[in-house]
Design a protein around this ligand. Structure first.
Ligand code: SUG
Length: 479
C-alpha cells in the first residue's frame, strides 16, 4: 500500500473520521449541546450526512494528508433494548423488541438508535509513542457516561479500535474507564497535544470540567495552578449543565498512557462557557503542533492556563504560537453557533497549516473577518477551506468532532489495519455504499420501523468486508 510521504521526519498525524451511520437523526439527546436541543425532531438526511463527511475525508486525502476512517456502530442497538427486557422480556424477535420499545419508551428507542458514534473526537484519548512510557501508541476508549445514548458506544469503540490498532509492540488499546460519573470521560475532545512537530514529544493538556471527589477538590485547592502560581479560588461547577469530563478521568488516562508529569497539564474549563453551550473543550479551543487557537474565556484560570502550556512547551524547546480570540471579536455565543474553534488545524505536506472550517464560519461576518486576520497575521496558519457539514453541525458536531487524531510513525502506520486508511478507490466505494444503503430522510418516528434492523445490518456486513475489519458488531458475534 502506498501512502503519501510523511511530512515531518517519519511521523505524521492521521485523522480517523467517523463514518456517519444509517440512523443519523435529530433526537435532542444532549442537554448542554445547544444545536442538539434546537434541532430535536427535525428531519435528518443520513445519506447527505454520510456523503458530507466523506467529502471532507476525500478532500484532506487529496491535499496529501493521510486520512483514516472509523466504522459506525450497530444501531438500532437491539441488544441493549433486550437487556432492558423489551420485546417479550428480551426474548422476542428483533421486530418485537423495536415495537415494544417504540410503544413503551420512545426515549430508550432513540437513545439506542443514535448515530452519535460519528463524532470520533469522542471515541478515545490517544497518546503517540513519542509521549508514552513504553514507546507504544496508547488509546483509551471514552466511556461517555454523561449521556445515555453515548454511554452505549464504548465497548463497540474498543472492538473497532482493536481491529484497527492491533495490540502488540506498536499499540496498546485500554479498556474504557469504569462507567460511573466520577470517571466521566469524553475522549480527545477534551485533550490538546502541543509539540514542535508531530514527530516530537509533546505536552499533553487535559481539559476537565469538574472534580468528582471531595479528595480531588481539596488537593486542587492546595496545589498551584497551571502556571505554577498560587491558584485563585477554584471555580464552582457549571450551574446549568453538567460538566461531562472529570479530572479523575483525565488523571487516570494520563497514568494509563504512562505520560511524564513534567509534560502533562490538567486545566479546568471555564464553567461559564459550559453553561453557554461549550459542552466539550474542542468547541472553544484547538491545537496543532505549536499552535493554539483559543477563545479568551475558554479556561477557568484564564491566562495562567496559557502560561502553563507555554512554559511546558518551552521545556521541549518550542514556542507556543497563541491565536487568541477575544469576546469582542467573536463572542462565546457566536463561537458556539459557528464552531470556529471546532475547525481542524492541519499541517500540510508542503509545510504551513490549513484551517478546516464548517461553512457556518464563512456565513458569519465577524468570524470570517477574524479568520481573514488570522491568515494575514504572522503565524503558521496560511489557508482556510470551508466544508458543508450541516447535517452533523445540527447535532453539535463540527469538523474537529468528526475526527480522531493519531500521530503515527511510518512503522506504526504500516501496522495499522490498512482497510481503515482511505485511498481514492476506497472513498469511491464508500460513497457508492452510502448511496446504495442510506435513506434520504429519517424522522424520529421512523426509528419505530423494524426494517431498520436488517437494513443497517446488511450494510454493516458489507462494510466490515470492505474495510477488512473482521467481525466487530454484536450481530456478527456469538451472543
Ligand atoms: O455528544 N451530539 C454530540 C456531539 C458531539 C460533538 N463532539 C465534539 N465536540 N467533539 C454530543 O453532544 C446529539 C444527538 C442527538 O441529539 O440526536 C449528540 O449526541
Amino acid at each position: 500500500m502506498l501512502y503519501p510521504p510523511a511530512m515531518a521526519g517519519s511521523t505524521r498525524e492521521v485523522n480517523f473520521d467517523g463514518l456517519v451511520g444509517q440512523t443519523h437523526n435529530y433526537a435532542g439527546l444532549s442537554p448542554g449541546n445547544l444545536a442538539s436541543e434546537k434541532h430535536r425532531g427535525a428531519v435528518s438526511s443520513p445519506r447527505r450526512a454520510a456523503l458530507q463527511g466523506l467529502a471532507k475525508m476525500r478532500r484532506l486525502m487529496e491535499l496529501g494528508l493521510t486520512q483514516g476512517v472509523l466504522p459506525p456502530q450497530e444501531r438500532p442497538d437491539v441488544w441493549t433494548l433486550r437487556r432492558l427486557g423489551l420485546g417479550k422480556g428480551g426474548r422476542g424477535t428483533d421486530a418485537e423488541v423495536i415495537e415494544e420499545a417504540a410503544r413503551r419508551s420512545p426515549a430508550l428507542l432513540s437513545a439506542c438508535s443514535s448515530g452519535s458514534s460519528m463524532w470520533t473526537a469522542n471515541a478515545a484519548t490517544v497518546a503517540p509513542s513519542a509521549d508514552t512510557g513504553d514507546g507504544r501508541v496508547h488509546l483509551t476508549p471514552a466511556n461517555l457516561v454523561a449521556h445515555l445514548h453515548r454511554a452505549l458506544e464504548d465497548r463497540q469503540t474498543e472492538r473497532a479500535l482493536r481491529a484497527i490498532f492491533r495490540e502488540g509492540p506498536r499499540f496498546r488499546v485500554h479498556a474504557p474507564l469504569p462507567s460511573v460519573t466520577a470517571f466521566g470521560d469524553e475522549g480527545a475532545a477534551n485533550h490538546i497535544r502541543l509539540c514542535a512537530r508531530h514527530a516530537e514529544p509533546g505536552v499533553q493538556v487535559f481539559v476537565y470540567g469538574r472534580c468528582a471527589l471531595e479528595e480531588t477538590r481539596e488537593r486542587i485547592a492546595r496545589t498551584p495552578g497551571a502556571s505554577g502560581a498560587p491558584r485563585r479560588e477554584p471555580p464552582a461547577d457549571p450551574r446549568k449543565y453538567v460538566a461531562r469530563q472529570t479530572l479523575e478521568a483525565s488523571e487516570a488516562i494520563a497514568r494509563l498512557h504512562g505520560l511524564s508529569e513534567e509534560r502533562t497539564l490538567f486545566v479546568r474549563q471555564n464553567p461559564d462557557v459550559i453553561d453557554a453551550g461549550v459542552f466539550h473543550n474542542d468547541v472553544i479551543s484547538v491545537g496543532n503542533e505549536n499552535v493554539l487557537l483559543y477563545h479568551e474565556r475558554a479556561f477557568a484560570e484564564g491566562d495562567a492556563a496559557i502560561d502553563g502550556m507555554r512554559q511546558r512547551l518551552r521545556g521541549l524547546g518550542a514556542d507556543l504560537v497563541e491565536i487568541r480570540v477575544t469576546e469582542e471579536e467573536v463572542s462565546v455565543e457566536e463561537a458556539v453557533a459557528t464552531y470556529l474553534f471546532n475547525s481542524q488545524i492541519v499541517t500540510l505536506p508542503g509545510g504551513g497549516m490549513m484551517l478546516v472550517c464548517p461553512g457556518e464560519c464563512e456565513r458569519s461576518e465577524r468570524v470570517r473577518r477574524r479568520i481573514d486576520r488570522m491568515l494575514a497575521d504572522d503565524n503558521p496558519v496560511e489557508r482556510v477551506e470551508f466544508f458543508d457539514l450541516r447535517e452533523s453541525m445540527r447535532n453539535g458536531g463540527g469538523p474537529a468532532c468528526l475526527r480522531l487524531r493519531v500521530a503515527l510513525t511510518d512503522e506504526e502506520l504500516a501496522a495499522v489495519n490498512p482497510g481503515a486508511i482511505l485511498t481514492p478507490t476506497l472513498v469511491g466505494e464508500l460513497e457508492a455504499w452510502v448511496r446504495r444503503h442510506y435513506r434520504e430522510e429519517l424522522r424520529p418516528a421512523d426509528l419505530a420501523d423494524p426494517r431498520l434492523v436488517d437494513e443497517t445490518r446488511r450494510a454493516l456486513a458489507e462494510l466490515t468486508e470492505m474495510l477488512g475489519l473482521g467481525a466487530i458488531y454484536p450481530f456478527q458475534m456469538e451472543r
